[in-house]
Design a protein around this ligand. Structure first.
Ligand SMILES: Nc1ncnc2c1ncn2[C@@H]1O[C@H](COP(=O)(O)OP(=O)(O)O)[C@@H](O)[C@H]1O
Ligand SMILES: O=C(OP(=O)(O)O)[C@H](O)COP(=O)(O)O
Length: 484
């Protein structure tokens, strides 16, 4: 992970700093007129009409800062107690249930093909073991229906042990007398990995009885599973009702610091790049980003719905027919908000959906019948790069094309390389989960990015402004909740 900075002691520090910065920005007088007046669409239109594009962007940007400041104040109330707030006196000899997201990809021989999530979980575990705690580690793997050997967590033990420098014990169950015996035998500083928590259907149902049994193994709880924080499951939400304190781990904290910070008080200009295949699953994040960013670059399979909404022919490209109106309204909203929404001007098209398809590059307005767009073209890359050169913060979610096929990976790889270059110049670059992370890994530039999120769905929900149940359930940084 690129951003393994020393863990801050409390989420509240970053949130308070963000609030102060955003409030100060919102309080600074504008060049012409007050903030309230300037935030009226008419004021921005006037600025554009007067040919003062810089002022128009400035006004639009300041309006977003003001609304971000309000958002940040709301988020500041969500500040959570951190594992870093717990001292040796709190931890020595204590049984700590740590929920991590160790949902890593395995090949057909059960070898781990990407250990990012395991590495990301290590700082919290090591902090706890270093202070003499007994760590009971819980995670899911995949989406098993009941007990399914291929979803066992056993293949993770060697890598976990290697990274921690101790032999990790493994339980064959999640709760019950056998697990209790193993917990009792655990030395201070030891780690016991429980079996896949989703082997119990009660986990995803957030069954209180199951949560209580899981919680009864431990004295206190640390949630470090950012990738699963958008799930209200027994091990992410239910257990907090039975364990005091329930605190945020370093990874969870770092993810929130970056992702909340990025949208609430970004260094501006702030650009978002959204790609991937489905308008429907990204609509929430696009709408929400229109409130916050200055530049929005769209790529991937979703662009054809926007083209079609503008009356262009899209051939056999992916289109969500029932989202055409929505696409039109998003284009209008971008205009109204003064956000520079850019669609690719050229595309790489294919005669079939296959790695060996015949391909050619055409203007976005000239996709022939029977051909499908599978990547953005070189002109689009050039104009996206020019826009990105003006930014100070960039968030990226979703590939620009079918990057799984080398022939159509060029646009995605160009964005990855551009962000790496910008990162080197001090621009904050945040990669939000899923395929975009795979793309930056493939290009070999993951290490230079400011932040690579370990949660695809979770980071999207956070950027959409949703509260994550696994975070909401944790203790407040200052005031301790009473438990059931
Ligand atoms: N033009 C396109 N046509 C069809 N599929 C596309 C296109 N561009 C990208 N995709 C596909 O989108 C998928 C990723 O979409 P999505 O799940 O929304 O992104 P992420 O996983 O990054 O959130 C990839 O499998 C990619 O092949
Ligand atoms: O891999 C995960 O999510 P992600 O693919 O959205 O990053 C998490 O482990 C959550 O898994 P889930 O979507 O089965 O709840």
């Amino acid at each position: 992970m690129a951003s393994a900075a020393a863990p801050p002691t409390s989420l509240s520090l970053a949130a308070r700093a963000a609030t102060r910065a955003a409030a100060a920005a919102a309080a600074t007088p504008l060049r012409r007129g007050g903030l309230a007046a300037a935030c009226q669409p008419a004021a921005r239109s006037l600025a554009f009409a007067a040919g003062d594009a810089r002022l128009a962007v400035h006004v639009a940007s300041r309006c977003r800062q003001a609304s971000s400041a309000r958002g940040t104040r709301a988020m500041a109330t969500m500040a959570k107690k951190s594992v870093g707030d717990l001292t040796e006196a709190d931890l020595e000899g204590k049984r700590v249930l740590v929920r991590a997201d160790l949902n890593v990809p395995l090949d057909e021989n059960q070898n781990i093909t990407d250990d990012t999530r395991i590495r990301a979980a290590i700082p919290t575990i090591q902090y706890l073991t270093g202070k003499g705690a007994k760590v009971i580690l819980s995670s899911h793997l995949g989406r098993p229906k009941g007990v399914t050997p291929k979803f066992s967590l056993s293949p993770l033990v060697p890598r976990l042990s290697e990274l921690l420098g101790i032999q990790v014990q493994k339980a064959d169950d999640v709760i019950g007398p056998e697990v209790e015996k193993l917990v009792s035998a655990l030395p201070n500083g030891g780690v016991l990995l429980l079996e896949n928590v989703r082997f119990y259907k009660e986990e995803e149902k957030n069954d209180p009885e199951f949560a209580q049994k899981l919680a009864s193994l431990a004295d206190l709880y640390v949630n470090d599973a950012f990738g699963t924080a958008h799930r209200a499951h027994a091990s992410t939400e239910g257990v907090t009702k039975f364990l005091e304190p329930s605190v945020a781990g370093f990874l969870l904290q770092k993810e929130l610091d970056y992702l909340v910070g990025a949208v609430s008080s970004p260094k501006r200009p702030f650009a978002a790049i959204v790609g991937g295949s489905k308008v429907s699953s990204k609509i929430g994040v696009i709408e929400s980003l229109l409130e916050k960013c200055d530049i929005l670059l769209l790529g991937g399979g979703m662009i054809f719905t926007f083209y079609k909404a503008q009356g262009l022919s899209v051939g056999a490209s992916l289109v969500e027919e029932d989202k055409l109106e929505l696409a039109t309204s998003l284009l209008a909203k971008a205009k109204e908000k003064g956000v520079s929404l850019m669609l690719p001007t050229d595309v790489v098209i294919a005669d079939k959906f296959a790695p060996d398809a015949n391909s050619q590059t055409v203007p976005a307005s000239a996709i022939p019948d029977g051909w499908m767009g599978l990547d953005i073209g070189p002109d689009s890359v050039a104009s996206f790069n020019a826009a990105l050169d003006t930014t100070q913060t960039v968030i990226w979610n979703g590939p620009m094309g079918v990057f799984e096929f080398d022939k159509f990976a060029v646009g995605t790889e160009a964005v990855a390389k551009k962000l790496a270059e910008l990162s080197g110049k001090g621009v904050t670059t945040i990669i939000g989960g899923g395929d975009s992370v795979a793309a930056v890994e493939k290009v070999g530039v993951a290490d230079v990015m400011s932040h690579i999120s370990t949660g695809g769905g979770a980071s999207l929900e956070l950027l959409e402004g949703k509260e994550l149940p696994g975070v909401v359930a944790l203790d407040e940084a200052v005031v301790t909740r009473s438990k059931l």
